[in-house]
Write a protein that binds this ligand. Structure first.
Ligand SMILES: [Zn+2]
Length: 289
């Protein structure tokens, strides 16, 4: 039986020449992906890990001959977020458990929150554009701005900069996404980030899948609060937190089914867990030791 794949319509999509595409096909995560991520997270930026993980799991992109890290890096942040949510749902199901801290300093209670992928997926955008135009006023002067939405590659460059200077990271992201600024007399001008200070928010409104804000209330102190949900961080944490267990699972399956390590790692995660559960049900405590 072929492993399950899923067709995903990206909320924003991508352009090749003038043509707009949205359709991407994803496969489930395998043990090889788990091992790859576990081995690379300590030495690689999270945003780069996400690009690598998506490049492995995207089996087809409409209009694209070969899915490379460059192609995946050029997708918008919201599209990458949507792909991660679909990948999580395809591999481990719709429900996600997470533990959050109440932000009230005098409470600080830990709480279990159950999220569902389907609630976090945003509807596809009605009129996405490769480049947006906007006009801003500063000191009585008008400026005409052409900009695009931030991508994974922009995020990666900004994250490298932000590791030593957070503000410089934010400015770099803006500079990468703003293509041109013209004054009212149609002269291209050098611009300072102050005149475009609203732009990060404007970009966020155009790419609502990028920033998933959870609105919650603490079950203990009952204070409402909101927090950003980072699907990439969640998924990487979920994969790496069970990595010690991965080798025990390989050990058990190899011992009893006599499959090779590579046969076991190439199985998708849900299939591997199904065999493992069957095995655990049939073995005595002595045999599991
Ligand atoms: Zn609280």
């Amino acid at each position: 039986m072929k492993d399950r794949v899923e067709q995903v319509a990206l909320p924003n999509g991508y352009w090749i020449g003038e043509t707009h595409y949205r359709d991407v096909e994803l496969r489930m995560l395998t043990g090889f992906d788990e091992e790859f991520i576990t081995e690379s997270t300590s030495s690689t930026l999270p945003v780069t890990c996400i690009t690598n993980l998506l490049t492995r799991c995207i089996t087809r992109m409409e209009g694209v001959e070969e899915v490379t890290t460059d192609v995946v890096g050029r997708l918008t942040i919201g599209d990458r977020e949507a792909l991660l949510l679909h990948l999580r749902c395809l591999t481990k199901g719709n429900r996600m458990q997470c533990i959050l801290n109440c932000p009230q300093a005098d409470c600080n209670e830990l709480m279990d929150v159950e999220l569902s992928v389907s609630d976090l997926l945003q509807p596809i955008y009605q009129e996405p554009k490769p480049v947006y135009k906007d006009t801003v006023e500063s000191d009585g002067q008008k400026f005409h701005v052409r900009f695009r939405l931030p991508t994974g590659i922009d995020q990666e460059a900004a994250a490298r900069k932000a590791s030593t200077d957070v503000q410089a990271g934010e400015e770099l992201l803006l500079r990468r996404c703003v293509e041109t600024v013209f004054d009212d007399k149609n002269n291209e001008v050098e611009w300072s980030p102050e005149i475009l200070q609203d732009f990060p928010e404007k970009m966020a409104r155009l790419d609502p899948q990028a920033d998933l804000i959870l609105k919650l209330a603490c079950p203990i102190c009952e204070e409402p609060f909101s927090t950003l949900f980072d699907t990439g961080a969640y998924l990487l944490q979920e994969i790496t937190s069970t990595s010690d267990d991965l080798y025990y699972q390989i050990h058990l399956l190899a011992l009893h089914y006599h499959w090779s390590e590579s046969e076991i790692l190439s199985m998708n995660i849900s299939k591997r867990h199904r065999y493992l559960n069957l095995l655990l049900d049939s073995l005595s405590p002595e045999e599991l030791a």
